[in-house]
Design a protein. Structure first.
Length: 371
DNA sequence: GAACCGTGGAG
DNA sequence: TCTCCAAGGTT
């Protein structure tokens, strides 16, 4: 049953479209590290990394990841600190924790074989409808749709679909379209070709239609409306959060770091002690001192601001005033453990995964000059 | 369904 | 500077 009839699909030259699309892909596809073989583990890792992330960004992370964890078993056995370090700077860190959990599940429940059915693979943590279809088609050749932003943009133009692609329910319309169009003999190339076309030719804004291998099939191009598609409503703007942070040293020159909670923003990553500023009545230095004292029972000496950081997340902004300071009085080990605090040397700090915002603070601290 | 969850690059 | 975005998923 379908609740949306795609007008142009009845008289659409499906076979011609498939052939033109796949022929183009065979000739023009980029050489990418995850295309060297069809190891389901590597395909899976690449698809998770590529979620909301550009190919050029992913390439070095993928190569290092496979060096560190060549097989599914290697990754399953890795500790949490190491997997977060492998993901440091990539963003959306729940991806790697979910992947780790799912890979361990595959080792225990599926004897180390990545599932090859939609039902089984979709139950794995972090594997949604797109990733399920991508792994099934690319690694196993199964004719399952893998509808991402590229596919929705490309098909919205080819088939002149004007549904709002920002709405979750719209994805189902495109999945139905792909089920009609997909090449059952080469689902892997068909799905990859749709995405590659979206990345290289059928781009947002003004697409390169003169270079497009399937423009004769494209309804939007025929009507000259390709630049108006896809229809996508805007997201609302993010809120700002004021923070005060400090890089604190003790008498041995060690640095105080804090492990973030297991859930929420930047979960399980390390950071320098920081607090949210709710009301701006006191100088920020004193806000930090007071909050630190209330939280941990010690009062640091705080120097000058070493850097002001505006860090943009997907749905909020941090404005962080960062100080350098000293903490002469020692904090009891039990208190450190309870609050997930730790003293580390400047050498040891390299082994801990930090968010980019805190890497910026540390860079300002080590460069000494600040600002 | 809307909000949450990162980052860096392009226009 | 600002907006949008890039191979989404979870709650």
């Amino acid at each position: 049953m379908k609740n949306y009839e795609i007008e142009s699909l009845s008289k659409f030259n499906t076979v011609g479209f498939r052939n033109d699309l796949i022929s183009w892909f065979e000739k023009e596809q980029r050489e990418l590290p995850w295309r060297k073989d069809q190891d389901p583990y590597k395909v899976w890792v690449s698809e998770i990394m590529l979620q909301q992330t550009r190919v050029e960004t992913v390439i070095p992370y993928f190569n290092r990841f496979i060096e560190w964890f060549p097989t599914l078993e290697d990754f399953a056995e890795a500790d949490e600190e190491k997997i977060l370090k492998a993901w440091e700077g990539l963003g959306y860190y729940s991806r790697v924790r979910n992947l780790h959990s799912a890979v361990k599940e595959v080792c225990e429940t599926y004897n180390g074989m990545v599932p090859d059915t939609p039902e089984a693979i979709s139950k794995l943590k972090g594997v949604g409808p797109y990733t399920a279809g991508a792994v099934l088609s690319i690694a196993y050749g199964k004719p399952e749709p893998a509808v991402d932003g590229n596919v929705m943009r490309v098909l919205s133009r080819i088939l002149l679909i004007e549904e709002d692609i920002a709405k979750p329910r719209t994805r189902k319309i495109f999945e139905e379209a792909v089920r009609e169009l997909i090449d059952h003999g080469n689902a892997s190339f068909f799905n990859q070709a749709l995405m590659e076309l979206g990345a290289l030719i059928c781009t947002p804004g003004v697409p390169a239609c003169l270079l497009c291998p399937v423009r004769e099939h494209c309804v939007a191009f025929g009507e000259g409306v390709q630049a108006q598609l896809p229809v996508k409503t805007k997201k609302k703007k993010s809120r700002a959060v004021q923070l005060v942070a400090a890089i604190l040293t003790n008498n041995q020159g060690d640095l105080l770091i804090h492990k973030r909670p297991a859930n929420g923003l930047l979960a399980n990553l390390w950071e320098f002690p920081n607090f949210e500023i709710h009301n701006q009545l006191l100088p920020k230095r004193e806000v930090f001192q007071q909050q630190f004292l209330d939280a941990y029972g010690a009062k640091p000496e705080i120097g000058e601001v070493i850097t002001k950081i505006d860090h943009v997340f997907s749905h909020l902004v941090w404005n962080v005033d960062t100080f350098a300071g000293k903490l002469d009085e020692s904090i009891d080990q039990q208190v450190l453990d309870k609050h997930h605090l730790k003293w580390v040397s400047q050498q040891e700090i390299q082994d801990y995964a930090f968010s980019v915002s805190h890497q910026k603070m540390f860079a300002a601290y080590t460069s000494g000059t600040g600002i």
